[in-house]
Design a protein around this ligand. Structure first.
Ligand SMILES: *Cc1c(COP(=O)(O)O)cnc(C)c1O
Length: 464
């Protein structure tokens, strides 16, 4: 063997020990690490002939890059919808690289990864109180999950017009309806060749981001002659608003459409008996998107696509890989190869499996409730503050607010606040108005973190 590799393999233990201590340095001090680093200049690395070995690379990485790692898995990173990584999830993610299984998985053929993946899907459905009516698989994020659900919806729509879209291509008659779709839904519609011009926007209720059902029904009537896909939001990113799923499902009896529910993070409301009503009826969906790297606190690269088992045939027509004869006949055995966009995949279910088995219902109920409590505390501060005001009531885990003193100063305020590196939030537009969002997703966030953020915000305001 080439000496370099031989040397590496002979030193696996010291190498992995160094990786462990690097990891502990980060994780044990994460609350003190900056949430923002303004100066990200690095000297570009040059490719050498000889190579410096893993220990050498770790040294170079630690010198140049480690200091630029922001504490995005820490307690005060409230931008976007950023989850952390629980110890069980990290353990599963490490072992994913170690075992390095290729979860193309025809179930039972070769390795066990596809079987564990299906087991993980069952556990997740149990956690979220979903019936065993769905088949599911792991994809990289909610964007790809939306893409997957909408791809099967497109196949369904084609079939209604007598067309096999996977063979013949799109015909252009499909219409997608949504009130406040996530940007990734529009992106997916574009990638699928449906075209974002074929997204019909449903009006929202006064002061809400949720669908106006009267307008929805009118649009269903207007487009009756076309196959219709409805994208329902179960948790919008700005105000965590939910479309009225139960009412939408009721309309499905009258006007046939494909119901896709984007419950990327809002789906975890099902962990709490007090919030489960928000998702009432979602078990009737045709496809559902769930992110694991948000409220489930699994490291990035993890989401689930659920599609009703009765649509398996459509799903296999959408993603069939049978044009590669060496991979076998898709109708014989369940195989992720024919169910999801990707072929070769990492053992992506493992971090989620570790999390679900390690923490159970109580652990996830605690995470969700903890985020809601923090959002309430932060929302109460905003409401009573002389500087800020809420832009929407605090639902679940996101606080959407603005400066009382005007929008012009908001960008300066947010920039200064973020640059201090103690707390990180992101700007947004709510009904066209600039706003700031604080999203509580990480299990590490405690009451003390809210107080730290408030102190920071007041100090920035006093100097503004
Ligand atoms: C985050 C999010 C997405 C996109 O998810 P990625 O994991 O970033 O691909 C889609 N929909 C909703 C509602 C989200 O919150």
């Amino acid at each position: 063997m080439f000496e370099l590799f031989e040397n590496e393999l002979n030193n696996l233990k010291p190498i992995l020990d160094q990786v462990t201590s690097t990891s502990l340095d980060f994780l044990e001090n994460i609350a003190e690490k900056p949430t923002y680093i303004a100066d990200q200049t690095v000297i570009p690395t040059r490719l050498s002939n000889a190579g410096i070995g893993t220990a050498g690379s770790l040294e170079v990485f630690r010198k140049h890059y480690e200091k630029l790692m922001v504490a995005s898995p820490g307690p005060r990173y409230w931008g976007f919808v950023t989850g952390g990584a629980t110890p069980a999830a990290v353990a599963g993610d490490w072992l994913t690289a170690i075992y390095d299984q290729n979860t193309q998985g025809t179930q039972g053929a070769g390795d066990v990864s596809a079987i564990l993946e299906r087991d993980t899907i069952r556990l997740l459905c149990q956690l979220l109180h979903l019936p065993e009516d769905f088949d599911g698989g792991f994809v990289t994020g909610a964007t790809m999950s939306n893409f997957t659900g909408l791809a099967v919806a497109r196949q369904w729509g084609g079939e209604r017009s007598g067309r096999d879209v996977s063979r013949e291509g799109v015909s252009g008659d499909l219409v997608v309806m949504a009130a406040t779709p996530h940007s990734s839904v529009i992106k997916s519609v574009g990638m699928l060749g449906i075209g974002s011009n074929n997204v019909v926007r449903i009006q929202v209720l006064e002061g809400r981001e949720a669908m106006d059902l009267a307008d929805f029904e009118q649009k269903l009537i207007k487009h009756q002659h076309r196959p219709i896909v409805v994208n329902c939001s179960a948790g919008t990113v700005n105000t965590v608003d939910f479309d009225d799923i139960k009412a939408i499902v009721a309309l499905k009896q009258k006007y046939p459409f494909w119901l896709h529910i984007d419950a990327a993070f809002g789906g975890f409301a099902a962990c709490l008996p007090s919030q489960r009503h928000l998702l009432a009826g979602w078990e009737q969906a045709d496809s559902i998107t769930i992110d694991c790297h948000k409220w489930m606190n699994v490291p990035y690269d993890s989401a689930v696509s659920l599609v009703r088992k009765e649509h398996s045939r459509l799903q296999v027509s959408t993603f069939q890989n049978s044009n590669a004869p060496y991979l076998g006949d898709p109708s014989e055995n369940f195989s992720y190869l024919n169910f999801l966009p990707e072929n070769s995949r990492r053992f992506r279910a493992l971090p989620a499996w570790f999390s679900l088995t390690a923490y159970g219902r109580d652990g996830f109920a605690w995470i969700v409730q903890n985020s809601i409590d923090r959002a309430q505390e932060f929302g109460a501060y905003i409401q009573s503050s002389e500087y800020f005001e809420l832009l929407a009531p605090v639902l679940l885990n996101v606080v959407c607010f603005r400066l009382k003193s005007g929008c012009e100063r908001m960008a300066v305020f947010l920039d200064r606040l973020n640059r201090r590196g103690k707390v990180f939030m992101t700007p947004t537009l709510l009904s066209g108005e600039p706003a700031i969002r604080a999203a509580f997703v990480n299990y590490r966030t405690e009451k003390e973190d809210i107080l730290i953020a408030i102190r920071e915000m007041e100090e920035v305001m006093r100097m503004l």
